[in-house]
Write a protein that binds this ligand. Structure first.
Ligand SMILES: N[C@@H](CCC(=O)N[C@@H](CS)C(=O)NCC(=O)O)C(=O)O
Length: 244
C-alpha cells in the first residue's frame, strides 16, 4: 500500500512507465507499505548522483528496502527483474522456493523472457513507431514490430497451454509482462488477434493489486512532456533531431 507517511518499509524510485509499474504492482500484490519518489526521466533526474548511487545504470525503477531480511542497513536494488525476485524472496510470494525447482525454473524462464525479450523489443517498437522527434526509420519500425509480433505468438501458444505464463499459478513472470502488453497498440498489436493473450490480460487486469499498482504516479502519466530537450536527455538526438 502506497503511503505518504514515514516509516514505510520500501522506497520506490520511479516514473510511470511499464518497467516501474511492474514493481508498484508487485508491492501492492504483496501488501508491502511503500513510498514513491518521482524520478522525472524527461528532465534528467536519473543522472542525479543521489539516484545513481541506487541505480548505476541511470534507469528507473530502483527500490530501497529499509528492513532487509539480514537486519542490516537499508539495501538498494536496481533492475526491475532483480527487484521482482528480491521482493518475491522477501515475501515468499509469486516465486516458488528452490525446493520446488520445476515450478521455480518456469517462473525464472518467463521472467527472463520478459526482461530480455518482450520489454526491450516492445520498448524499441514504441520508440520507432512514435517517430521520435520526427525521425522516421522504416526499417526500425518493421524490425521491432515484427519481433514484438513474434513474441506475442510465443505468448499466445504458451497461454493456450496454461492459465499463466509460468503455469497454473500467477507469478512475477505475469507481473513483469502485463504492463508491457497493456500498451499493445503502440506496438502495432490488437489483442483481439491473440485470444489466449487477451484472456490472460483481462484476468490479470481484474486483480486489485494490479489496479492499485497502476495508480503509480498517475498524475504524471500520459503527460506529454517530451520536448527537444528531453529527447536529447533520453535519446541523445541533439542537433540531429529535425525539430530540435
Ligand atoms: N532493464 C531495466 C530497464 C529500465 C528502463 O529502461 N527504464 C527507463 C524507463 S522505462 C528509464 O529509466 N529511462 C531513462 C533513460 O533512458 O535515461 C529494468 O528492467 O529495470
Amino acid at each position: 500500500m502506497n503511503t505518504a507517511a514515514g516509516g514505510a518499509m520500501i522506497e520506490l524510485h520511479a516514473w510511470p512507465t511499464p518497467n516501474a509499474q511492474k514493481v508498484s504492482i508487485m508491492l501492492e500484490e504483496c501488501g508491502l507499505a511503500y513510498t514513491v519518489t518521482a524520478v522525472d526521466i524527461n528532465r534528467g533526474d536519473q543522472f542525479d548522483p543521489a539516484f545513481l548511487a541506487l541505480s548505476p545504470n541511470n534507469r528507473i525503477p530502483a527500490i530501497i528496502d529499509r528492513e532487509p531480511a539480514d537486519g542490516g542497513p537499508p539495501l538498494a536494488v536496481f533492475e526491475s527483474g532483480a527487484i521482482l525476485i528480491y521482493l518475491a524472496e522477501k515475501t515468499q510470494r509469486f516465486l516458488p522456493l528452490p525446493g520446488e525447482p520445476r515450478a521455480r525454473k518456469a517462473v525464472l524462464e518467463w521472467l527472463a523472457w520478459q526482461v530480455g525479450g518482450l520489454g526491450p523489443m516492445a520498448g524499441q517498437a514504441h520508440h520507432f513507431r512514435q517517430a521520435m522527434g520526427g525521425v522516421e526509420v522504416p526499417y526500425g519500425i518493421a524490425r521491432y514490430s515484427r519481433e514484438v509480433r513474434r513474441l506475442y505468438e510465443v505468448m499466445e501458444r504458451r497461454l493456450g497451454d496454461s492459465a499463466y505464463l509460468a503455469g497454473d499459478a500467477y507469478s512475477i513472470a505475469d507481473i513483469a509482462s502485463w504492463p508491457w502488453v497493456r500498451p499493445s497498440r503502440r506496438q502495432g498489436i490488437d489483442k483481439a488477434e491473440f485470444p489466449n493473450v487477451k484472456r490472460w490480460f483481462d484476468a490479470v487486469a481484474a486483480r486489485a493489486g494490479v489496479q492499485a499498482g497502476m495508480q503509480l504516479l498517475a498524475e504524471h502519466r500520459g503527460a506529454r512532456t517530451m520536448t527537444a530537450e528531453s529527447r536529447e536527455i533520453l535519446f541523445g538526438l541533439g542537433a540531429d533531431a529535425p525539430d530540435a
